[in-house]
Design a protein around this ligand. Structure first.
Ligand code: HEM
Length: 396
C-alpha cells in the first residue's frame, strides 16, 4: 500500500505514482502518516462527485478526518477554530452566504484599480532594488498579502508576524504544539483587532461584517475571528505560490510568454491553465464519509477518509487533452484547482484578478525577466501542504 503524502520529484509534474493509480485503480487506499488508511480519488469525474456529495463531510476537526500531518491531530475543537471550510450543511450555507457579497465578480472588479496600484508599486520596488531579486519576497507574497490586508482591514505592517505563523501552520513537519501555538498567535491577534473594530466598525470587510451581523441580531465575536483567520491565511499563501509558479511556467515556455505579451487578452485563459497545471492545493481537499455510498463503482463506508487528489484529476486525459502539456490556449476552466461543489474557493474571483494583473504587468514592465538560478536549484515547497517556492531569484 502506498504511503502518503507523495513528493513531487519534478516541479511541473504530479508525483509519478498519481498517473499509475489513476490508470490502474483510480480509487484506491493508501496509508497516512498516522498509520491509518484513506481512499484516494484520482479521476476528474469522481473528484467532482465526491466534492458535491453530502455523504462526505468537510469537518477537519473530526478525529477520523484523514490528516496528512505526521504530527497527527489537527488543532483541537474550539469556537474560533471552526471556519466555514470545516462546516457541513446546514451550518455551512449560511456561514458562507454572510460573506459571499464581498467576493462577487462585481465587487472584485471594483478592487482591480487598487490591485493594479499595488502590483505597480511592488514592481517599482523590485526594479529599484539589487539584482538578482527574490520574486517571492518582492512580488509574490506582498501583492496578495497587501490586497487581503486592505480588504479585511488588517494592518499590513504586521505581515511578517502572520506570514511566519501561516508558514509554520502549513508545514507538514511542524509539531502539534508548534502548530497550535502558531494558530493561537494569529487568532489572538485577530481577536484584539476585532475588539477594537467593535467600538466603531470601519468600512472594511471585518467592520462591515460586524455591522451586518449586528443588524441581523446575530453578532458573535468567535465566528468573525474564525472568518478573519480563514480569509487572512487562505488569501495570501495560495495566490503567492501561484504568482511564483506561474512566472516560472512562463519563463520556461518562452514562446507562450511572448504570445501572452503580444496579446494580453489571453491572460485569462493562461491563468486557468497555470491553476490546472500546478494544482497547488492537492491533498488538502479531503473529506470524511458519513453515509455509505459508491464512487465510480467502489463502495465507500461511513467513517472512511477520502483524499480527492486535484492534481491527478487535473491531469486526467478524459478531462483534458494532452494533460501534461502546458498550453495557455487550452480550455482549462473546468479544472478543480479551486475545489468543487459547496466549498469551492470563495476567493477565486479575487485570486484570478490578482494573477491576471500580476502577469500582465510583469510581462509588460519587465520584458527581459529571467531566472537567476537553474530550476534544479530552486527551493520548492515539497514539505508543505500547499505547493510553491520559498525563494525565486530573478534578474532582468
Ligand atoms: C476554499 C484553493 C485563493 C478563500 C478553497 C478550496 C481550494 C482553494 C482548493 C476548497 C477546499 C475544500 O473544498 O476543502 C485556492 C487557490 C487559491 C485560493 C488555489 C489561489 C490561487 C483564495 C483567496 C481567498 C480564498 C485569495 C480569500 C480571499 C477561500 C475560502 C475557502 C476556500 C474562504 C473556503 C470556502 C468554503 O468552505 O465554503 N480554496 N484558493 N482562497 N478558499 Fe481558496
Amino acid at each position: 500500500m502506498l504511503q502518503f503524502p507523495l513528493v513531487r520529484e519534478c516541479p511541473y509534474a504530479p508525483p509519478a505514482e498519481y498517473t499509475q493509480i489513476r490508470e490502474d485503480e483510480p480509487i484506491t487506499t493508501v496509508r497516512l502518516p498516522n498509520g491509518r488508511e484513506a481512499w484516494v480519488v484520482t479521476k476528474h469525474e469522481h473528484v467532482r462527485q465526491v466534492l458535491n456529495d453530502p455523504s462526505f463531510s468537510a469537518d477537519r476537526l473530526h478525529p477520523d478526518f484523514p490528516n496528512l500531518a505526521p504530527a497527527g491531530q489537527p488543532i483541537p475543537r474550539d469556537d474560533t477554530a471552526r471556519s466555514m471550510l470545516m462546516m457541513d450543511p446546514p451550518e455551512h450555507g449560511p456561514a458562507r452566504k454572510t460573506v459571499l457579497g464581498e467576493f462577487t465578480v462585481r465587487r472584485i472588479a471594483a478592487l482591480r484599480p487598487r490591485i493594479q496600484e499595488i502590483v505597480d508599486e511592488r514592481i517599482d520596488v523590485m526594479l529599484a532594488g539589487p539584482r538578482p531579486a527574490d520574486l517571492v519576497e518582492t512580488l509574490s507574497l506582498p501583492v496578495p498579502s497587501m490586497v487581503i490586508c486592505e480588504l479585511l482591514g488588517v494592518p499590513y505592517a504586521d505581515h511578517a508576524f502572520f506570514q511566519a505563523n501561516t508558514a509554520a501552520m502549513i508545514k507538514r513537519e511542524t509539531t502539534v504544539d508548534d502548530r497550535q501555538a502558531a494558530f493561537e498567535r494569529i487568532r489572538d491577534y485577530l481577536e484584539d483587532l476585532i475588539v477594537v473594530k467593535e467600538a466603531d466598525p470601519p468600512d472594511d470587510l471585518l467592520g462591515r461584517q460586524i455591522r451586518k451581523r449586528r443588524s441581523e441580531g446575530a453578532y458573535e465575536r468567535a465566528p468573525l475571528v474564525s472568518l478573519g483567520f480563514l480569509l487572512l491565511v487562505a488569501g495570501h499563501e495560495t495566490t503567492a505560490n501561484m504568482i511564483s509558479l506561474g512566472t516560472l511556467a512562463l519563463l520556461e515556455n518562452p514562446a507562450q510568454m511572448h504570445a501572452l505579451r503580444a496579446d494580453p487578452a489571453r491572460t485569462l485563459g493562461a491563468v486557468e491553465e497555470m491553476l490546472r497545471y500546478f494544482t497547488i492545493v492537492d491533498t488538502v481537499v479531503a473529506r470524511l464519509c458519513t453515509a455509505d455510498t459508491t464512487v465510480g463503482g467502489v463502495p465507500i463506508r461511513a467513517g472512511e477518509g477520502v483524499l480527492t487528489l486535484g492534481q491527478a484529476a487535473n491531469r486526467d486525459p478524459d478531462a483534458f487533452d494532452a494533460p501534461d502539456d502546458f498550453d495557455i490556449d487550452r480550455p482549462a476552466r473546468h479544472h478543480v484547482a479551486f475545489g468543487f461543489g459547496p466549498h469551492q474557493c470563495l476567493g477565486q474571483n479575487l485570486a484570478r484578478a490578482e494573477l491576471q494583473i500580476v502577469f500582465d504587468t510583469l510581462l509588460r514592465r519587465v520584458p527581459t525577466l529571467r531566472l537567476a538560478a537553474p530550476v534544479a536549484d530552486l527551493p520548492f515547497k515539497s514539505d508543505a501542504a500547499i505547493y510553491g517556492m520559498y525563494h525565486m531569484p530573478v534578474t532582468w
